[in-house]
Design a protein around this ligand. Structure first.
Ligand code: PGA
Length: 240
């Protein structure tokens, strides 16, 4: 099966024109491009092969929720995937598992696919090692899925991105061994596609996606560099 590469642009780039140029350059099948909200419509218009993704969503459909964006609004723009529960939102916006759980359920209710991010902070791994980290991720995943009705029938619309918090944007990435152990922990909770994320670049992506159990990668910083991301796309194609 083709591996999925999710380009999480986060709070980048600064200008709409840059976003459109970047999207055109990495517009390939099996890529999901997740620009900031203000660029979604314009990026969606230029994509021929890649799918459009959003970085967040609100769980209500409409009403007095200043600053929020509903699943239906995104769907109307052509969004197919929504990232939920990214550790940066958990950290900087105070998103709790309760909020994340409601968002996951709302994305699925709208008929969109969810990319649910889970991962342990460095303190957990340092203190308790691999087994404690695995328990942390298993429990986090269960909490984040708790509002999904008929969960077992939704597996094809759920992708879990395992992103150890200490690996995001740091240049320190997981070992394939630990990542595979975590992949199987996740797949035991729910048989879904699992992506690896955390300092993925063209040099290390093959270490992760070469495994049958790993369904792709969630790429932050490297997805903003055209040549680097193209290399990642080419490497990923070798493992299709
Ligand atoms: P990074 O980010 O590739 O820059 O580490 C990954 C992510 O946060 O999704």
């Amino acid at each position: 099966m083709n591996k999925l590469l999710v380009a999480n642009w986060k709070l980048n780039p600064e200008k709409l024109s840059e976003a459109v140029k970047l999207a055109e350059a990495i517009d390939k099948k099996c890529v999901v491009i997740c620009p900031p909200f203000p660029f979604l419509a314009a990026v969606g218009k230029v994509l021929k092969y890649a799918k459009l993704g959003a970085q967040d969503i609100f769980w209500e459909e409409k009403g007095p929720f200043t600053g929020e964006v509903s699943p239906a609004m995104l769907k109307d723009l052509g969004v197919k995937y929504v990232i939920i529960g990214h550790s940066e939102r958990r950290r900087w916006l105070g998103e709790t598992d309760e909020m994340i759980g409601k968002k996951v359920a709302a994305v699925l209710r709208a008929g969109l696919k969810v990319i649910l991010c889970v991962g342990e902070p460095v303190s957990v791994r340092k203190k308790g090692g691999a087994l404690t980290a695995e328990r942390f991720v298993r429990e986090q995943l269960v909490r984040d899925l708790k509002f999904v009705k008929r969960l077992k029938s939704k597996t094809k619309d759920i992708i879990v991105a395992y992103e150890p918090v200490w690996a995001i944007g740091t240049g320190h990435y997981d070992t394939p061994k630990d990542m595979l152990a975590m992949t199987s922990v996740i797949k035991r909770v729910l048989p879904v596609g699992v992506l690896y994320g955390g300092s993925v670049d063209s040099k290390n992506v093959g270490n992760f996606i070469k495994y049958r159990e790993v369904d792709g990668a969630l790429v932050g910083g490297a997805s903003l560099k055209v040549e680097e991301f193209k290399k990642i796309i080419n490497i990923s194609a070798e493992y299709a």
